[in-house]
Design a protein around this ligand. Sequence first.
Ligand code: ATP
Ligand code: BTN
Length: 318
Amino acid sequence: MKEHAIKLSILNTLCDGHFHSGEGLGEQLGISRAAVSKHVKGIQSWGVDVFSVQGKGYKLAEPMQLLNQELLQSLVTAPLELIPVIDSTNQHLLDRINVLESGSVCLAEYQSKGRGRRGREWVSPFGCNLYLSMYWRLEAGMAGAMGLSLVVGVAIVEALEKLGIAGIKLKWPNDLYHHDKKLAGILVEMSGQAGSAAHLVIGMGMNLAMPSNTQGITQPWACLSDVAEQAVDRNQLAATLINTLQDALTDYEMTGMHGFVERWNRVDNYLGREIRLIMGNREVIGVSRGINEQGAVLIETSNGLETYIGGEISLRGI
Ligand code: ATP
Ligand code: BTN
């Protein structure tokens, strides 16, 4: 069997949320009970809450809906690859940029090296969130990349609204927030030369039902299951995000930021609120006034309206 295939097969059985005996699981897979127990430990190391009760077997704390490659592919036109266990979906696409079609997507259930901006870790437990990356060839070159990364945030908020999930906001440049807690993060990485097309990998991690005891996150975080009024279908959500993202990127290539500024500002988490911009050792304090057509953040300070742009800036509420 392929690497991880036994663990994935055990999870496929356990995902119904019922008890399954170690003996039964072992018989199903042609392995011993001891081997099942070893694999369950591996599954736990992916962040899955599996527990065992003597005489009953193993059970997930919560049922789990797994992503389904065939179903997903039938819902999107983008070429799509589901790799359940991966280092990073962004890295996977970056490594294959030369052979990929623009719009290609990679999804995973677990990332061992999920990353955020500036090399920070993106905590990526198995099966309870979304980890999605899309490759996009931007003919306009690197100059268009800043705008594009803001457009991604707008597209994701609008995709959630299409599914009836309201109240999700953006934090510049492109984090998704709910009630001042981080719901999702976007990481756009690029490879390309000045003057030619830019090759972008757009990665998004969104929390859906992450166990509340998840370790390693250094700021308040939110989950979509706490926001949505109805249960969220992970395949449906992933497909809607992919299709909406593709449409928004195509729109952006044709019309630029025009039209997106207003859409971004409509869902700005900090519009009219006091914020702090942190740039290395320097800080600017003022009232947030949204973004402009260049994708810069606007801040009203005691010196008047100032604009800031660049990857090394962090925005914080006060
Ligand atoms: P900025 O980039 O503006 O400084 P940020 O603090 O959100 O904002 P990022 O680099 O964008 O920083 O994201 C990494 C942050 O996200 C880290 O603080 C990390 O602890 C947190 N984080 C990691 N995994 C998750 C997750 N699954 N959900 C929410 N937050 C997470
Ligand atoms: C951030 O807020 O700093 C961005 C987080 C981006 C996480 C996603 S998950 C899918 C893709 N693969 C990665 O390694 N990172 C992005």
